[in-house]
Design a protein around this ligand. Structure first.
Ligand code: SF4
Length: 456
């Protein structure tokens, strides 16, 4: 069993029985459920909207090479530059180079899972650059020295009391402060940082090929501020973020908002097509877009799984997943958690070390049902499991156990050879392998079919 799998099993058991964690997640998820339920009702034909969104992303992914080149051509024509980064090292080196060349010491950052993927803040710290998260949720987890818990709502695991306590500890704010007070407090603090930062770093929700633009969708205006004040704007985006046309945003922006937060559309939606023009007063003088591969091309080569690149990171599958709701975001030990994380993480971080995530699934299919771009997530999780077994990752005990299971269950008469007591002993062995808390119902002394035959 890999070390990651052992850690995963231990953490799952701890978190699933942490009652405070459970209560916080239940409360925060209930807010999400209510908002999203309302958001979905705004669509007269939700399934049609999802089919169209799926089509847009399928078109983009099937022609990834062409759309990326089109994006590059158009955005460079507007004065931005594009850097292609094959992996984390190349992306980090490119950012460091920009910081050194421009003698930049401070960064304001908007929320971006791609920058989490390459652990950008950590690398910037190493060269003495202060990188400040400006999304409120990200700001809170950065303050707590943690990573985002969820791809859309980074501090979903914290209650308002937890956050008030954190602020009191760090900044001596009044004990038990209300969220409104703390939001105002952070806003004042960040204002100064926006106006003095050397560089603004953002991700991109979409890269629009036909106009060469990057899209940012947000609710706090912090991404727009991160772009507007500093003289340099760096964008770090995965290559799968491309969409063909600007007109696709009319569909993609609302469907992302509806599935991410239940909103009709997010509060601020920006399409940025290059640095400031000579006739303009606001905006950065330089704009650099780093297009990150980081194993996406490898995933693209996989005929069964490349469709996972359609993901628009709405987070709906995480919220729908009964496993995620019980074991929480940190247990996955990955940037992308929940069903989509369990599909792609083995490709991004190593199949041997992370294929176990695909087994943490009850195959209920809820993730597939809620996905706005119709990714067949539960099917893909099964494919990962199949590939893990084919690659011999199951281990000797697992493989022999499954063979025995197949042999016993392929014929009723074989199952009936054993009495209830023996079956219960075998079941107990299985339960122990699943952890102390697993309880298996007791089996009757005789199987139903035997009882039926006897009674007849
Ligand atoms: S896989 Fe689908 S539901 Fe999950 S985050 Fe991506 S787009 Fe949203």
């Amino acid at each position: 069993m890999s070390e990651q799998k052992k850690i995963f099993l231990r953490k799952s058991e701890e978190i699933a029985f942490d009652l405070k964690h459970r209560a916080t997640i239940k409360f925060n998820m209930s807010k999400y459920d209510a908002a999203v339920d309302k958001g979905m009702k705004r669509y007269s034909n939700l399934d049609l909207a999802k089919t169209r969104a799926s089509y847009v992303k399928t078109l983009a992914i099937n022609n990834l090479h062409n759309y990326l080149l089109q994006f590059e051509k158009n955005i460079t024509a507007n004065g931005a530059s594009v850097i292609w980064a094959e992996d984390t090292n190349q992306a980090i080196e490119a950012v460091k180079q920009i910081m050194i060349e421009n003698n930049s010491k401070t960064v304001v950052k908007s929320k971006s899972m791609t920058t989490e993927e390459i652990e950008l803040n950590h690398h910037l710290e190493e060269i003495g650059v202060e990188s400040l998260e400006t999304d409120l949720g990200e700001y809170i987890v950065q303050l707590a020295g943690e990573k985002p818990y969820h791809i859309v709502t980074p501090c979903m695991h914290k209650s308002r009391q937890d956050i008030a306590k954190l602020f009191t500890e760090k900044f001596n704010t009044p004990e038990g402060s209300e969220p409104e007070y703390l939001t105002g407090w952070v806003r004042q603090k960040l204002r100064k940082k926006f106006t003095t930062a050397d560089v603004g770093i953002t991700g991109a929700n979409f890269l629009v090929a036909d106009v060469g633009g990057i899209c940012l969708t947000e609710n706090e205006g912090n991404a727009l501020m991160s772009v507007s004040f500093p003289k340099i704007h760096i964008v770090i985006a995965g290559i799968e973020k491309v969409i063909p046309r600007m007109e696709d945003l009319g569909l993609m922006w609302p469907i992302l908002a509806a599935h991410g937060t239940g909103q009709q559309i997010s509060v601020y939606n920006s399409l940025i097509t290059g640095p400031k023009k000579s006739s303009e007063t606001d905006g950065p003088e330089k704009m650099i877009v780093i297009l990150l591969d980081n194993k996406r091309s490898e995933l693209y080569q996989n005929d069964d799984q490349y469709g996972a690149l359609k993901c628009i990171r709405c987070g709906a599958c995480l919220n729908a997943c009964p496993i995620y709701r019980n074991i929480g975001g940190y247990t996955y030990d990955a940037t992308y958690s929940g069903p989509i994380g369990s599909v792609i993480t083995p490709y991004y971080k190593g199949f041997k070390e992370y294929n176990h995530l695909s087994s943490a699934c009850s195959v209920c299919g809820k993730c597939t049902e809620v996905c706005p771009v119709k990714i067949p997530l539960h099917h893909m999780l099964l494919i990962n499991r199949r590939d893990a077994v084919r690659a011999g990752e199951g281990g000797f005990a697992w493989n022999q156990g499954m063979k025995a299971f197949e042999y016993a269950f392929s014929k009723r008469s074989r199952l009936d050879l054993l009495g209830g007591k023996t079956k219960n002993r075998f079941a107990l062995l299985g339960a122990n392998a699943m952890g102390e808390k697993k309880q298996i119902p007791q089996m009757a002394d005789q199987s139903f079919s035997k009882q039926w035959t006897t009674k007849k």
